[in-house]
Design a protein around this ligand. Structure first.
Ligand code: SF4
Length: 414
């Protein structure tokens, strides 16, 4: 009743949109734009509705996955304006991990209880098109049970181009070699005009959609993402999410949606001021609204909404659990891409830290597989078992800043 009276005091368009969402209906792009632009009472109502929709569709469990990122090279032929990770092949800080080191890292992760390795990297010049298949096969041969979540649509396109096969053929080769799922990264904002400004040369919108739909058609699930807080408008954000919603209605292949806020500190388009009106990332209210609007827009189609602790840090991530989020992402162990861009939240979050943040938000932590199968629910603190990752000395995993200085893995352009 109290909630209804607050809705009556709110802007009628926003109140109407939230009311319809609570009735289980999809909201329109125009309504989503209004939600992205709201503040004060309307923003609080939006967050409350997102939280309620989350509760109705996925309950109080907040999941996380024990995984390790392996960004095997930072050498890349592209120069995306937001990317501080990539190095030109002539630069001193270029590194390239050989297959045996990738397998070693995957095995070490398995020993720590990881169920997933996430493999993504730059696009090194003259790459053997079969490299991605070989890396995947090498990991699967040594650790058949490990879920390999790897190769963004940009990498699939590169692997296919270098192998002179279609992207669908390439996806079939990945599937045969045992790929578990693809990261739905390289999406940023799926608007070609905007991409031409922030990352000319980046995978085209049509190619991104075609590769994602191709993966889904082969039974390879993918995540879905957005990168925001740079030059996009509310309309871009609303249309991007609506596009993902349409794809999902057709394929049902997205496992989750992950908002990624732009980390500006070291990003070339910010530090060199190459893009007009570039912003220094999303502010607190924008981050809150992004997650809440995503829950409202996608609740009927993509039930899982993930917060990126790497981008938002532990405190903001915890707050976002009350704005529609039901997944805390992964332990990561070696986060490099946001760290290179200047993110300050570390490269590893241990299961015990994740569980603590979830519990003190009044929710129930659970470890999941990549495909959201619940592996262990930690209803009570007494159910907690300390994993090897909880007690491991983090220095044994090496850091991104050490890696770019190591001669051992220096990229050799020959
Ligand atoms: S985002 Fe990926 S493709 Fe673009 S420059 Fe960075 S590593 Fe290369």
């Amino acid at each position: 009743m109290a909630f209804d009276s607050l809705l009556k005091k709110a802007d009628p368009i926003i109140a109407g949109a939230l009311d319809r969402a609570l009735d289980g209906k999809d909201i329109s792009v125009n309504e989503a734009i209004e939600l992205f632009d709201c503040n004060g009472l309307e923003m609080n109502l939006l967050v409350t509705v997102a939280d309620e929709l989350r509760r109705r569709s996925v309950g109080d469990i907040v999941t996380f996955v024990v995984n390790r990122n392996i960004n095997f090279t930072n050498v890349c032929i592209k120069q995306c304006g937001f990317c501080a990770f990539s190095r030109d092949f002539r630069e001193e800080e270029g590194y390239f991990l050989p297959p045996e080191e990738i397998v070693r890292r995957a095995k070490e992760a398995a020993k720590m209880g990881a169920t997933e390795v996430c493999i993504q990297a730059g696009l090194p010049p003259n790459m053997d098109g079969h490299l991605y298949i070989d890396l995947l096969s090498a990991v699967k041969k040594e650790i058949p049970g490990m879920h390999v979540h790897a190769f963004s649509p940009e990498e699939v396109l590169y692997g296919a181009t270098r192998s002179e096969v279609s992207t669908l053929e390439y996806l079939k080769m990945l599937k045969e070699a045992g790929i578990g799922s693809l990261p739905g990264t390289a999406a940023e904002i799926l608007d070609q005009q905007l991409r031409n400004i922030i990352s000319p040369g980046r995978i085209k919108v049509d190619d991104w959609i075609s590769i994602i739909k191709g993966a889904h058609s082969l039974g390879i699930p993918t995540t879905s993402t957005i990168m925001y807080g740079h030059v996009e408008t509310s309309k871009h954000k609303a249309e991007h999410i609506a596009l993902l919603r349409e794809i999902q209605k057709e394929t049902h292949g997205f496992t989750e949606f992950v908002p990624l806020s732009f980390v500006h500190t070291e990003a070339p388009m910010y530090s060199h001021n190459t893009v007009k009106n570039i912003r220094s990332g999303a502010d607190g209210n924008e981050v809150l609204k992004m997650h809440a609007v995503a829950r409202v827009m996608l609740n009927n189609h993509i039930p899982n909404l993930q917060v990126s602790w790497v981008k938002e840090g532990p405190r903001m991530s915890q707050i976002l659990l009350s704005a529609g989020v039901n997944d805390f992402g992964g332990t990561l162990i070696n986060e490099s891409i946001s760290t290179a861009a200047g993110a300050q939240h570390g490269q590893l979050m241990r299961p015990r830290e994740i569980k603590q943040l979830i519990r003190s938000a009044g929710r129930i932590p659970a470890e999941r597989s990549t495909s959201y199968k619940l592996l262990k629910i930690f209803r009570d603190e007494k159910d907690d078992t300390e994993s090897e990752l909880d007690t491991a000395d983090a220095s044994q995993f090496g850091s991104y800043h050490q890696l770019i200085k190591l001669d051992k893995f220096r990229y050799d352009p020959k």
